[in-house]
Design a protein around this ligand. Structure first.
Ligand SMILES: [Zn+2]
Ligand SMILES: [Zn+2]
Length: 351
C-alpha cells in the first residue's frame, strides 16, 4: 500500500445535530481497503439538498446525519488493488452507493439502483478533511480544471443528466425556471447545445443577476416584475417554448411550465417538490401532448462533466460566489440559507 506519511488516525466530518446546527466532529479514519483511495479534501461545496438536511426537512434523511456530497480531493493513500492512480492526483469522487446486482445496475442504469444511497447518508460526510472513495467512483480531473471547479463536478453532472433527457436542443427555445446553481448550469448547457433562445427565470432578483451573468445568452426574467408565461407567449407569437426546465419543485412553477410549453413540447422536471400538488392542471399534459421527463442524479455524467471542463467549454469556478475555511462551516450554512445574499455556490477549504 502506498501511503503518504502522516495519515491521521482521526478525521473531521461535518454533522447536522439538529435543525440549523452543523459542526465538525472527530471520527476514526480507517486505512483504505484494497479497492479504495484516500483523498485529502481540497474543497467541498454547499448544495441545495444540503440545506434541506441542514433545516432537517430532507425527504429521506433525518438529523443527526453526516452532510455533504460535492467535493474535490487529492490522492494521499492508495489501496493495494487499485491501478491507474498516483499520489497527488486530483479527484472528484462520485458519492453514490449502489448494489451492482439489481436489474438496473446490471443494465448500467445505476442511478436507478433499487438500493441506491449516498455516502453522506451512510456516515461519510463530503464536508470532511479526508474522504475514502472506491476506485470505481474516483474520477481523475486534469490539473487545468482546478481544485475549486472540481468540487462542482457533482452539480454539473446533475444538470448534464437532466438536460440530456430533453434530447437535441439545437435551435430550440428553452425556459429555465429557477436560477439556482442547477437551473443556471442547465441553462448554461442549453447554451452550449445551441438553443436558439433561453429564458432564465426567478423571483429572486439577486439570484437572477448572478445566473444571467454566467449564462451570457440567457434573457433574465424576474417573475415578481414580469409574468413568466406571458413573457414566453409574447416572444413566441403565442406558441410557447419547445422545452421548459423546471428547477424549483414548487406547484406554482410546475403550472407555469405547463402553460408556457408549446403544444408537443417537453417539460424537464428537476426541482424536487416537498409536497404533492393539489391544483396541477394534469389534463393539459394530454391536451398539448406534452412530454414530461423526470431526472434523478447522474449516470456516467461525471465523465461528461469532466470532458466539458477539460475542453474549456464552461468556467465552473465562476459559479463560486463565497469561500470559507472549514472551521466556519456554520457561517457558510447561515449564508447559504439566506436568500437575500444572492449566493450561487459556496465552498469550504481545508488546511
Ligand atoms: Zn448536490
Ligand atoms: Zn442496484
Amino acid at each position: 500500500m502506498k501511503q503518504q506519511p502522516g495519515r491521521p488516525e482521526k478525521r473531521k466530518m461535518a454533522v447536522v445535530e439538529k435543525a440549523g446546527q452543523v459542526s465538525f466532529q472527530e471520527f476514526d479514519l480507517a486505512p483504505p481497503g484494497p479497492h479504495e483511495i484516500l483523498l485529502k479534501t481540497c474543497y467541498s461545496a454547499v448544495c441545495g439538498s444540503d440545506l434541506h438536511l441542514y433545516h432537517d426537512i430532507h425527504p429521506f434523511v433525518k438529523a443527526p446525519c453526516t452532510i455533504g456530497h460535492e467535493l474535490s480531493g487529492r490522492v494521499v493513500e492508495i489501496g493495494s488493488s487499485v491501478r491507474g492512480f498516483a499520489l497527488g492526483d486530483l479527484v472528484a469522487p462520485e458519492p453514490v452507493l449502489v448494489c451492482g446486482n439489481c436489474s438496473y445496475c446490471q443494465k448500467g442504469d445505476y442511478h436507478m439502483c433499487n438500493d441506491i444511497s449516498y455516502q453522506y447518508r451512510r456516515g461519510q460526510a463530503g464536508f470532511a478533511d479526508y474522504f475514502l472513495v472506491d476506485d470505481r467512483w474516483a474520477h481523475k480531473v486534469p490539473e487545468a480544471v482546478g481544485e475549486k471547479a472540481a468540487a462542482l463536478i457533482e452539480p454539473l453532472a446533475v444538470a448534464i443528466h437532466g438536460v440530456r433527457k430533453a434530447g437535441n436542443l439545437l435551435a430550440k427555445s428553452v425556459a429555465v425556471i429557477g436560477a439556482g446553481p442547477i437551473g443556471t448550469l442547465a441553462a448554461h448547457i442549453c447554451q452550449l447545445e445551441g438553443a436558439s433562445k433561453i429564458w432564465l427565470m426567478d423571483r429572486n432578483g439577486k439570484k437572477l443577476e448572478a445566473g444571467t451573468a454566467l449564462v451570457t445568452e440567457a434573457e433574465g426574467v424576474d417573475t415578481t416584475k414580469k409574468d413568466a408565461v406571458e413573457t414566453v407567449l409574447a416572444a413566441t407569437g403565442g406558441l410557447g417554448c419547445d422545452v421548459v426546465i423546471e428547477c424549483t419543485g414548487s406547484e406554482e412553477c410546475a403550472v407555469y411550465a405547463l402553460n408556457m410549453a408549446a403544444k408537443m413540447g417537453g417539460i424537464l422536471q428537476m426541482g424536487i417538490s416537498t409536497r404533492p400538488f393539489s391544483q396541477y392542471p394534469y389534463a393539459r399534459i394530454l391536451q398539448k401532448e406534452i412530454t414530461l421527463w423526470g431526472s434523478q442524479g447522474y449516470c456516467f455524467d461525471f465523465q461528461r462533466a469532466i470532458a466539458l471542463l477539460t475542453a474549456g467549454k464552461l468556467n465552473l469556478q465562476a459559479y463560486i460566489t463565497h469561500e470559507f475555511a472549514s472551521r466556519d462551516i456554520a457561517k457558510a450554512f447561515a449564508l447559504a440559507a439566506d436568500p437575500l445574499t444572492g449566493s450561487m455556490k459556496i465552498v469550504l477549504s481545508y488546511e
